[in-house]
Design a protein around this ligand. Sequence first.
Ligand SMILES: [Zn+2]
Length: 292
Amino acid sequence: MRLRCVLAAFTALVAISTTNVVAADKARIVLVAGRPSHGPGDHEFNAGCKLLTKCLGSMPGIEPVFVPGGWPRDESVFEGARTIVFFMDGGGGHPMIQKDHLEKLQKLMDKGTGLVCLHYAVEVPKGKPGDRFLEWLGGFYESGFSTNPHWVAHANLNADHPITRGVQPFSIRDEWYFNIRFRPEMKGVTPILKAKPDDETRKGVSASPRGPYKHIVEASGREELLAWAVERPDGGRGFGFTGAHTHKNWGDPNFRRLVLNAILWTAKLEVPSGGAESAVTPDELKANLDPK
Ligand SMILES: [Zn+2]
């Protein structure tokens, strides 16, 4: 009887230590959600990041860490991160460029940490912030050069890249930014998702500031790059994605899979041959929305 108790205790100890080892080995992925900004259903950074966190948490070997409310108060959350996802309002108030945050991020990038910027998080002012984004992400939304109308993108996917594994072409209305400022000659930038805005879209009626912008209208018929990947000389990987203004688009399995695949890829994890598996219910899609 006593032997059985000892054996049971030993088995329990082994189980605990095994669990700890597995947890320590898990790939840490940090998702940073910005503060509320837009109307209901738009720029739902909190709800969007929570959905992605839930999806990543159901995958083996991943430890997603969700950070609400913008830049983390405790920056140690970034320690050991394989990749960091930013989904927040950008521009001059972008949390990534305040105080010494660019320098802190530079240290992480130097270690080869991955970087994912979603929607408004791809916009920073040109100059020092823009230059850092060119290095880390391969491109950024440059005010006055890039544009942000709402339109239906018929996806043209780069089938040769792991990020598109299992992603079927989709047609989705979103505030798809385009004419992103990329590195000169697109050096090191790999297209992931392209689509062709029609001439009505190019007039920028729904853009802010309102169009038309001459250089956007004159590029009539050109395909535009809406998502891209980079591999940096420091070994780190970056992914920029201009959609996700509209929260309900996370309910589309292909839209969601593309972003989840990209997160895995920037974390240097193998993207499954059929792409990242995830499920989001209608109720989950309505959960965690910002208070209005
Ligand atoms: Zn938006």
